[in-house]
Design a protein around this ligand. Structure first.
Ligand code: SAH
Ligand code: SF4
Ligand code: F3S
Length: 441
């Protein structure tokens, strides 16, 4: 009987993509996916530590997985990702059941770590700095569930120092992946049938600056668009400060770049933005949005907002609501400020009580709900291009518009992976009901 793995992933799309790579690594070692953690020989948790809640979830999962050793004493428990990088041995002390530990710095070392653990040693490999040979990781394949849309990590780490954020600590300094390595993966994915490439990084707009010969991110967009078979390109996350005119122009100019951008604002108050060390003002942000809307017609914007940052007053929060009213986002991800160990904001005076955070969050969501249903209405009766991604029961297909909206339509499986034109019949905030007009390509 072959050995089986089970992976549980928390956190952002980059962690999700890392898990796809880890699956690829485990496959090359001969592991097969288990249906549940109970039947696995290797359980791996890819962790997140961006806020307090994900930390707690990881610890409770570890408590649960401990039971597996009673049934299968040889089973291994591995912890990867950002919480592993932040806590290291401290986490092993809390959860001695851990056999293997590594982070996004050294995923390529997983084969050796498994060997060590099988020989009975604790294989804890948490490094201060990313190792010289970390690029070896790109030699491993990824294993994906979606055959048509694929993530491609193009830059690791973050050189910004937002005062609330643990990511620079857990993912290290910015390291751009080389253009050749990215294009090679894109070509391989397209050969496998992928049509949409989603570029990932904590700060993709900073890509290329740290390369031996610096290259602007906009040039990477052009190069990817030239790869035969790439129908769509998305990228996440862009930092407003690094969203230069050449990137906006490239978005407008390259037909494959989707009409959507996630541009985290975090707050609308200049005072809070400065305490966060975001490096821009409300006015600067709104000017970037204006430019985007002017050049990239019909662009759908989404954002991240933190409510209840230390010292945030009612007036500060009103400024955030003002940005939301002005920009009219298609989607907002909002979070209550969560103090993270070792970050400057956690130590700031004037922490906001939880009731106030909850109350502000409720008002923000209420405002956004209205905007979302108004925007949804504007889709009714329009014609949209959709990449068909999935077949659900009885002749129902789902896909996404270039503005990243989910669409449901009737049709058979032969349309999977095709770009089709549809007419929207009924629109709600999270779904467009549409009918098929024609197959485009
Ligand atoms: N690199 C991205 C964000 C990555 S983290 C950027 O700079 O925009 C994803 C989101 O989590 C952030 O945009 C922020 O809104 C939220 N976040 C990060 N740290 C947080 C904290 N300490 N408390 C609450 N939300 C936080
Ligand atoms: Fe965190 Fe700021 Fe870097 Fe985003 S840009 S990952 S919020 S430090
Ligand atoms: Fe979480 Fe790490 Fe992503 S802390 S949000 S998994 S970069």
């Amino acid at each position: 009987m072959g050995r089986k793995f089970f992976i549980k992933t928390f956190g952002c799309q980059m962690n999700f993509n890392d898990s796809e790579r880890i699956r690829g690594i485990l496959r090359t070692l001969g592991y097969e996916p288990a249906r549940s953690w109970e039947e696995a020989d290797l359980i791996l948790i890819n962790t997140c530590t961006i806020r307090e809640k994900p930390d707690q979830k990881v610890l409770s999962h570890l408590g649960e997985y401990r039971k597996i050793k009673e049934k299968n004493p040889k089973a291994l428990i591995a912890v990867a990702g950002c919480l592993a990088q932040r806590m290291g041995w401290e986490l092993v002390k809390k959860a001695p059941v851990i056999d293997i530990m590594f982070s996004s710095f050294n995923m390529h070392q997983l084969p050796e770590l498994i060997n060590q653990a099988q020989a009975g040693y604790k294989a804890i490999a948490i490094l201060e700095e990313p190792p010289e040979d970390e690029d070896k990781v790109w030699e491993f394949p990824t294993e994906r569930d979606n055959p048509y849309c694929a993530y491609v990590t193009i830059i690791k780490g973050c050189d910004k120092r937002c005062t609330y954020c643990v990511v620079p600590k857990t993912r290290g300094r910015e390291r751009s992946r080389s253009m050749e390595s990215i294009l090679e993966e894109v070509r391989r994915l397209v050969d496998e049938g992928v049509r949409e490439i989603h570029l990932l990084g904590q700060n993709v707009t900073a890509w290329g600056r740290d390369l031996e010969k610096p290259v602007p991110f906009s040039e990477l967009l052009y190069e990817i668009s030239k790869v035969d078979g790439v129908e769509r390109i998305r990228f996440t996350t862009g930092h407003p400060k690094d969203l230069t005119d050449d990137i906006i122009d490239a978005m407008a100019d390259i037909p494959q770049v989707c009409n959507a951008l996630h541009l985290p604002v975090q707050s609308g108050s200049d005072r809070i933005l400065s305490l966060m060390d975001r490096g821009y003002t409300k006015e600067f942000y709104l000017e970037r949005v204006e430019k985007l809307k002017e050049k990239v017609k019909g662009i759908a914007l989404s954002t991240d907002i933190i409510v209840g940052f230390p010292t945030e007053t009612e007036e500060d929060f009103e400024e955030t609501l003002d940005v939301v009213r002005k920009v009219r986002y298609e989607q907002i991800f909002s979070f209550k400020f969560s103090p993270r160990p070792g970050t400057p904001a956690a130590e700031m005076e004037g922490q906001v009580p939880d009731e106030v955070k909850t109350e502000r969050m409720t008002r923000l969501l209420e405002l956004q709900k209205g905007i979302m249903s108004e925007i949804a209405k504007t889709y009714e009766g329009t014609v949209q291009e959709v990449l068909v991604e999935e077949a659900r029961d009885e002749g129902t297909l789902v896909g996404r518009t270039t503005t990243n909206r989910w669409v449901t339509l009737e049709g058979d499986r032969s349309l999977l992976g095709k770009i089709v034109k549809v007419k929207v019949k009924k629109a709600s905030p999270f779904n467009l009901d549409a009918e098929l007009l024609e197959v485009v390509r």
